[in-house]
Write a protein that binds this ligand. Sequence first.
Ligand code: ADP
Length: 514
Amino acid sequence: MSKKSDERENITRRNFLKSSIGITAATGVALGGLSLNPKDALASAPVPKKWHQKYDVIVIGSGFAGLAAAIEARNAGATVLIIEKMQVLGGNSIINGGDFCAAGTKMQEKNGVKDSPELMLKDMLKAGQYLNHPELAKIVAYGSKDALEWCENYIGANFTRLNFHGGHSVKRAHQTANASGSELVNKMIAKAKELNIKIETMTKLVRLIKNEKNRVVGIEVKKGYTFPDEKSGTQAFYKANKAVVLASGGFSRDIPLRQIHDPRLDEKFESTNHPGATGEALLAACMAGALDVQMDWIQLGPWTSPDEKGFGYVPPFCERLVGYGPMINPKTGRRFFKETGNRKERADAIILLGHPVIILGDSYAVDKQVFPRILQKGLENGAIKKFDTLEELAKHYNIPVEPFKEEISKWNSFVERKKDPDFDCMIFPDAKPTVTPPFYAARLWPKVHHTMGGLFINKDAQIIGFDLKPIPGLYGAGEVTGGIHGAVRLGGIAMADCIVFGRIAGKNAAKEKS
Ligand code: ADP
């Protein structure tokens, strides 16, 4: 293709994006996700004459899924390279809340929680509105305990507490010792280094390279790439003797791509994700013939605060309080929805009200439930507030005092009875009435959190193509894949999903013939 016609196509593509979703060049960062040159779209681009590097398995992305795949591929005897486009490793995984859902574990037994993979699967399918591909969801639910034990016993990560997330039937989220995904990611990085896995940051996947037999044989990258400068970096070709594993995460920060699938999610919706959560690697796979599924199921977190940037500290504050404290509509002073509902139900209910709502807890609930560092950081940045009385709290948020106090009394009576006839909120056995000062509260307004859709995989983590067959030499795991969670991913299932399917992808990638 001539340079001129290249340029023409580029312009046409830009116009299409502008006209169809009303974006301008000002959204440069997000557009970065879609700025592949059209010639990259050729499904069977020529295999380069010269490869700059050769490995058995190349993994794209350094989050939970990519690290798990790399470690398993290496342990199966493969030489392994991880590429990461950002300057830092860990993607969303390193900033996640560190809650790992697993069913039938020792910690659950110690805490008197009766659970099973069947029940976990049932919860996943119910929340997912039965759009989940059940065979994939089943692999996550039934593999969750083993995956958690691998993280504990082999990787050396510490899990110290059992948490609840809305939409689950029981407490099954095993919290890392520092209430952050960094506990696991950092230990996985250390393990990867110990195993001599090569890790290259600032290297961005641009295109998958296939041979004449439709097999993925390598990748084209931009080496020395400085996010989000699309002009940075130099072109290089890396050969994958056995396979490529895509573990490049979701596209919550890719405003054009997310708006193509859900036009409502414009730039007014903030995201909890790291800035590099854009979809170009997913699109590169589609351009190489991979099928995407359920791309318009994009999750808003119902527990984020408009008073802090990104993920912040309010999500773990809020989620530890549900089932212990009420969520209030500040306009009426009344509760308005089941606090322990799943993410979608709650986010939809808040958006329907059209303004931020309040979650609150007394000092009994907060001291018992909220991780001290999270509380301290939230108080420091001002997103969490502390009050000596309920009246003071009401005054601060402009809540009509009398209805609010009435509502708190009603809530307290439900807590005493452990039953909520108004909204059927789960009330935990150790919950107590909200009466003990000081009281803590935060405002909630949803942010884009997780993209349930993505590349379709089979139970062996092979990425499926448009001929409905696995694309030889191409595997996928983690948020870049779709169909496991259906309409709603439940809290704490991402870690299980990434580790379970990351390990499957890595093991199977290493089994491919060179
Ligand atoms: P998961 O939870 O699925 O493991 P994460 O968001 O934790 O996903 O990790 C995915 C990683 O992949 C992120 O660090 C992100 O920067 C990286 N990534 C995304 N796209 C590319 C790309 N085109 N090339 C290289 N790395 C990428």
